[in-house]
Design a protein around this ligand. Sequence first.
Ligand code: SF4
Length: 345
Amino acid sequence: MSGKFCLDLTKEELEIWCKENGIQSYRAGQIHKWLSSGVTDTKDMNNVPAAVRAKLEESFIFGSFKVRQKLVSEIDGTTKFVYELHDGNIIETVVMRYKTGLSVCISSQAGCKMGCTFCASAKLGFGRSLSSGEMFAQVAVSQKEMGERIRSVVVMGIGEPFDNFDAVMGFVKLANDPNGLNLGARHITISTCGLVPMIDRFTDLDLQVNLSVSLHAATDELRKQLMPIARKYGLNELMDACRRYITKTNRRLTFEYSLFANVNDSEKDAETLVRLLGKGLWHVNLIAANEFPGSDYHTSPKHRVRRFQEILESGGINATLRREMGTDIMAACGQLRRGMETKDK
Ligand code: SF4
């Protein structure tokens, strides 16, 4: 077995592998079809001969993606999968149902180095980055488990996608493949906590993929308390990178702003945010963040959230309120993994 995960391969790469191993090239199409439909165990690839399956096992990593837990919210049907990877790392994937169909929130790393103080994932530290195929498999396996096509993907689960830049871009390529998941770039959103040089790298690629930037505070002082990355890249630098992105791509950017009671949800905070953003091709997604056991932060009450939104809107900033989903199954990033690993210890 090599260190390469079979799901990392494109159909063309599988064809090359077939050729190198004296296997007829149409087998690549069969294998690729199985992988794209969420089958990650060679024994289930029933139209592929045993000798070819054995060769696959010998060449690549398999045996990943055990569904360690599947939780379905009684409130809104949000489904959370906890997947165990081939090396024992645990990740989470959340499937949400919108009017437009199913959307999946995938993890880009097992754990996270960014250390945001409000985040359950940060509290468990960092395991490793995921490969492109491991991101792809989260979509393919979740789609198979749901028995329904997934329409859109947000890379907003555990991990910082731009800390795993090349693999995330590889995932976009795999997801786009019309012979596989056939997910258009416009249906993929990548969310970053604000790694400025990587925002510029992403801008230079000029993709149709959507970008979302986690802001959570309108001053450097408060942002530094919530997100250690703010010590490295201040708001001026971050906003400049966001403007460069918009100028180059002419695409609308989303700012994520999670509201925490008496931390960043006051009228003054909203007014400061209006001044920071001014006019631009962006909108703000307000999130009344879920609480999780052991967190120092509490959910902002509804009336404060509404008032915050009103101030943004009267300041000319388009602000939507993201529905809280799966609150009964701790659906926000890292919350379940944390519960599980705490219990495991
Ligand atoms: S909020 Fe995102 S970037 Fe920050 S620690 Fe959590 S997973 Fe990492």
